[in-house]
Write a protein that binds this ligand. Structure first.
Ligand code: BJW
Length: 232
């Protein structure tokens, strides 16, 4: 069996599907200050603004589809003779859709470490559930509580399934980072964990990330070109 692979993806893999990336040159977050829409404090100060922001992004998912890079990673899990863990920072569902009809050859996992637009969380209990509609006006909370929030990891909160991710990094033979700027931790530190484990590390991105010097191999170009070419 071939060595285990851990793949980290960021907003760049969904860019050519029409999902905007985060770090525009004006420093705004899809037109908003990051503190206003991606922190617990921002949500406490103005929940309507934050719900509105995520409602719009959730609705936009209907207009986008997985691209050749998502599809190439799905093929990899169907054909690779080793375990594959796909860790995405993205809150869209494009990896889920690309993998929907794929039977993995060996062990496969998909982790949304920063949460999912299509899930809601109860602020009192932390329980989460699927949520396809508008969080301000749709059906009442299934948890019997008033307080619903997007099931998204905001700044200052702990990303999901960190133990499982670090465990996979500590045993992987290949680490591939795709379409992420390397601005946000802990994801930006995964390359160092993989290097410590003795893995070969590869960056696939449109342009060099902040952590580019940490990678053994770098290939730059649009994800829909470089990811299929690397995987085949
Ligand atoms: C293409 C392309 C094409 C474009 N093809 N490529 C000081 C130092 C260090 C850390 C901290 C610090 N102060 C605070 C922190 C911690 C903080 C942090 O990292 N802050 C930094 C800003 C410094 N992190 C946290 O708070 C995290 N929690 C945490 O640390 O908990 C404690 C902990 C301790 C120990 C272990 C574990 C945990 C939580 C972070 C939550 C981030 N959530 C967000 C928002 C989600 C909500 C939303 O979606 O609105 O997730 S932030 C935002 O950035 C989003 C993304 O997932 C994330 C990463 O962005 P990404 O994907 O890299 O996108 P971009 O836009 O930055 O880059 C796009 C890339 O694509 C570019 O490189 C382009 O070139 C490329 N590209 N087109 C290929 N066609």
């Amino acid at each position: 069996m071939k060595p285990a692979i851990v793949i980290l993806t960021g907003a760049g893999i969904s860019a050519e599907s029409g999902v905007p990336t985060f770090r525009a040159s004006d420093g705004l977050w899809c037109g908003h200050r990051v503190e206003a829409v991606a922190t617990p404090e921002g949500f406490a100060a103005n929940p309507v603004l934050v719900h509105d922001f995520y409602n719009q992004r959730r609705a936009q998912l209907k207009d986008v589809a997985p691209n050749a890079a998502h599809e190439a990673l799905a093929r990899l899990s169907a054909e690779y003779d080793g375990d594959v863990l796909l860790v995405t920072q993205n809150v869209d569902d494009l990896h889920d859709r690309a993998h929907r009809n794929i039977v993995p050859k060996r062990g496969f996992g998909l982790i949304h470490m920063h949460g999912e637009l299509l899930r809601a969380r109860c602020v009192e209990t932390g329980k989460s559930c699927d949520w396809l509609g508008d969080m301000l006006i749709d059906t009442p909370s299934p948890f019997g509580a008033e307080g619903l929030r997007p099931d998204i990891v905001w700044f200052g909160e702990m990303p999901f399934e960190m133990d499982r991710i670090y465990d996979a990094l500590s045993g992987c033979g290949l680490f591939i980072s795709i379409g992420t700027s390397g601005n946000v931790y802990p994801a930006a530190g995964f390359v160092q964990e993989a290097t410590r484990a003795g893995a070969h590390t590869v960056e696939l991105n449109l342009e060099p990330s902040l952590g580019q010097s940490l990678f053994d191999e770098k290939i730059y170009g649009p994800a829909t070109e470089v990811v299929p070419a690397f995987v085949e």
